[in-house]
Design a protein around this ligand. Structure first.
Ligand code: SAM
Length: 220
């Protein structure tokens, strides 16, 4: 199977839809094979624009959704980024490529089996500037704060106060905020006197954020 050709076709489609705009994200997508980040039996679907199961009831997000989120996050070379919800490690790998060798990605995953899966996947890419941490990302990562950018890859019931505290002034946070079934994609910019918030049109459907500030069992 010519995965490289399939990846190029996907990238062209995302550009045609008008959602992939930045050159640095385009380069990151082309140099980060998505089939490295899915179970072997699903590799043939890796370049479809769809989410895919990665075990433990979790998914690697749909490429168009990841592109929308990363365009909203607006990362720059050399930045320090926190991702909540490592999953397969694919989005962390894209972030790592975009910020370059002088930047650093910290990514937190609550399921131990996925921490192992993501580390194994990331190792195939040769990417060195990602630290995968096992823990409750709803608490952020205070020991490495403050961050230039924070991205939450799971549905969050509210804009998490404790994460805003870990964001630098002029920093940005992107998260799907809503109930368990539908969320708005929100970007927040932190200023010295408060926050500025905007959202992407339409709704998204993410797996729920767990942990202390996530959804409680059976809560809506
Ligand atoms: N970014 C991922 C990728 O590129 O494959 C996809 C993330 S998946 C949609 C959401 C992930 O968030 C799942 O792996 C889930 O286990 C994780 N998660 C949920 N609650 C969490 C929490 N409180 N802390 C850390 N990870 C969490």
């Amino acid at each position: 199977m010519d995965f490289e050709k399939m990846n190029e076709k996907l990238v062209e489609k995302l550009k045609k839809y008008g959602i992939l705009k930045s050159k640095s994200l385009e380069k990151a997508l082309l140099s980060t094979p998505r089939h490295f980040f899915v179970p072997e039996n699903l590799q043939k679907y890796a370049y479809n624009d769809s989410p895919l199961p990665i075990g433990f009831g979790q998914t690697v997000s749909q490429p168009s959704t990841v592109v929308i989120m990363l365009e909203m996050l607006d990362v720059r070379k050399g930045q320090k980024v926190l991702e909540i919800g490592t999953g397969s490690g694919w989005q962390a790998a894209l972030l790592a490529r975009m910020i370059g060798a002088k930047g650093k990605v910290y990514t937190v995953e609550i399921i131990h089996g996925l921490v192992e899966f993501a580390k194994k996947n990331l190792a195939k890419t040769g990417i060195k500037n990602v630290s995968v941490i096992h823990g409750d990302g709803s608490l952020g990562l205070p020991e490495k704060a403050p961050f230039d950018r924070i991205i939450i890859a799971a549905a969050s019931p509210r804009i998490p106060e404790q994460l805003l505290k870990q964001l630098k002034i002029r920093g940005k946070l992107v998260a799907p905020i809503g109930d368990r079934y539908a969320q708005k994609m929100v970007v927040i910019e932190k200023g010295s006197k408060g926050i500025k918030q905007s959202e992407y049109p339409g709704f998204f459907a993410f797996v729920p954020l767990r942990g202390k500030h996530g959804f409680k069992e059976n809560s809506f």
